[in-house]
Design a protein around this ligand. Sequence first.
Ligand SMILES: Nc1ncnc2c1ncn2[C@@H]1O[C@H](COP(=O)(O)OP(=O)(O)OP(=O)(O)O)[C@@H](O)[C@H]1O
Length: 322
Amino acid sequence: MTIPLEKLDAVLQNTLIKANLTSAHKIIQLSESSIRQEGNITKEDAKLILELAAETLLPQENLSAVRMRLKQNTTLSTGCDQIDLILNGGIPLQGITELSGESSCGKTQLCLQLCLTVQYPTSVGGLNKGAVFISTEDSFPSKRLQQLIQNFPLEFSKSVVSQLEENHNFGSKIFIEHIGDTDGLKRCLYGQLPRLLSTQDIGLLIIDSIAGVFRADYDLKDGLRRARDMRSVASQLQKIAHDHSIVILCVNQVTASLKQSGLSSKPIPALGLVWANLVTTRIFMSRSTIGNFRTLEVLFAPHLPKKSCQFTIGNAGISCLD
Ligand SMILES: Nc1ncnc2c1ncn2[C@@H]1O[C@H](COP(=O)(O)OP(=O)(O)OP(=O)(O)O)[C@@H](O)[C@H]1O
């Protein structure tokens, strides 16, 4: 790839042509001083030549290291750089990712945000596809979605907008279903969903929440049946993720577990060990009692260290504290 020589003055163009130094790949490997040694090139000109080479190789504006990883399309960006950083690019396209946390800590907010980023072009961490949102308890937060559509910052806005279809309608690419019990969920995962996936370009499946069905339908004596149902649902989710290369995100609730002192309690993800063993990546959110910030942390994942970051929620969605 040749750098745009027309952006340089005629003398500099000739110097570079004579030195056979017009390839962006060749230039980017040189230091400023090596470029200067190629002819009568000033420090400023050497800088400019290096910048032109970088722009030629990375035409997307402000491409950070995280964004470059996102381009490989193995993750879905959350739309928040700090969270993407600790998730090594975003929510993985493999296996089942669980997002658990106390009530009102922001789980659904992140899910809604992902319903938008999944529609972004792949060059900025999206998948250029739609989303399926299965809610099992509360009704789908349509009003909040509309607010996010209006306010959610389109990072790299110019390049994103130019790559989206004219009049792109974010709302029309989100398929919403309400399911209240395990049988309904199984019917959907084994029947309706595969049919939908064969006709629509879907990149994200959200179940908000998985605890909603597995907590409601079973008595204490039904432990075995519940474990069997969990395995059946999880294996179908794994199959869907594998066959259709989509992100599977299951929201989970928490249970209070009494610490040994018996005085304080630390919430842990609900549904016990059976479900924990079926999950590939577990992310946990919590809400601070002081101030308005929340924390997102990786509890376990085969490809990630335990890390956390803090964020706040506003009209424009989730944003991280620097
Ligand atoms: N427009 C907004 N501006 C600021 N904060 C908001 C806005 N919309 C929602 N929130 C915050 O998000 C919280 C709700 O988050 P969310 O619905 O994601 O909770 P959740 O973790 O899914 O809880 P649950 O498990 O009860 O469904 C609200 O309590 C509020 O603090």
